[in-house]
Design a protein around this ligand. Structure first.
Ligand code: AMP
Length: 270
């Protein structure tokens, strides 16, 4: 990868993925393609960001399909390191963003998750040295944590956040959607429905955060296959739970549909 990078003239855009690519990933690649001379994509299911009881082993993988999709998008290089290359025996250096951003929401539900994310992202930035790196708003907290890492550690990379790509019925595209049975797939639409309910209330003038949370929970409660992990209406910068929405708010949720854990979010206000 270093050798390929050394031979690239002009700007480099980087798209980091765990593979099993979908339209969300490809939209990041297309933005990178439009803004940079070269595009590098990485495909790496990062064990460091999975908890011991999580789906690391069964996470969906299809490297041949990923390669042909990325080739079709005109990506210059696909970096697909092995776990041993990224974490050789004795590996023990970690990059961590402080608890105020990483201990809530996804961080509370998945201890150590963001430490794994920031460590692998820092390593990939160092290996690829891109001018720009592209992330999806689908993982809104991840984007906030990475922005914080880049700012506080003076990393010389522009972080670009891009909108969530959805299925026709609103379900956010995710590699994990492949786990869903047909019944679960129908049930999974309830995440989007509850976010739309929050949006509708906000557009109607509601600014009390707890009312939004309650109304979202009421929508979710109607779906028997859905088990709510959290529903949040938080400050977009600090991710702290709000009482009232003054400027903007990140409305996010994590819900289990059967064994599959899904997340989604929308931003209200500017
Ligand atoms: P993943 O492979 O799930 O780790 O995702 C790799 C990148 O793609 C991350 O920056 C995600 O936020 C982004 N991403 C995942 N799903 C979507 C989506 N539905 N729309 C836009 N970006 C996405």
């Amino acid at each position: 990868m270093r050798q390929w990078r050394a031979d690239m003239r002009g700007s480099v855009g980087l798209v980091l993925t765990m593979g099993y690519l979908h339209e969300g990933h490809l939209s990041l690649v297309r933005h990178a393609r439009a803004a940079s001379d070269h595009v590098v994509a990485s495909v790496f299911v990062n064990p460091a960001q999975f908890g011991p009881q999580e789906d690391y082993q069964r996470y969906p993988r299809d490297p041949q399909r990923d390669l042909s999709l990325l080739e079709g998008e005109g990506v210059d290089v696909v970096f697909m390191p092995s776990v041993e290359e990224m974490y050789p025996a004795g590996f023990d250096a970690w990059v961590e963003v402080g608890e105020s951003l990483t201990n809530r929401l996804e961080g509370a539900a998945r201890p150590g998750h963001f430490r794994g994310v920031t460590t692998v992202v820092a390593k990939l930035f160092e290996i690829v040295r891109p001018q720009r790196a592209y992330f999806g708003q689908k993982d809104a907290q991840q984007l906030a944590v990475i922005r914080k890492m880049v700012a506080d550690l003076n990393m010389d990379v522009e972080v670009v956040g891009l909108p969530t790509m959805r299925e026709a019925d609103g379900l956010a595209r995710s590699s994990r959607n492949s786990y869903l049975s047909p019944d679960e797939r129908r049930a999974a639409i309830v995440l989007w429905r509850s976010l739309c309910r929050a949006e509708e209330l906000y557009d109607g003038g509601e600014r009390r955060a707890e009312t939004l949370r309650q109304e979202m929970r009421a929508v979710l409660a109607k779906e028997p296959l859905a088990e709510v992990e959290y529903v949040s209406v938080a400050d977009t910068a600090t991710l702290k739970e709000l009482e009232a929405i003054a400027g903007s708010a990140l409305v996010s949720l994590a819900v289990r549909i059967g064994r599959t854990r899904l997340i989604d979010n929308v931003t209200l206000g500017d």
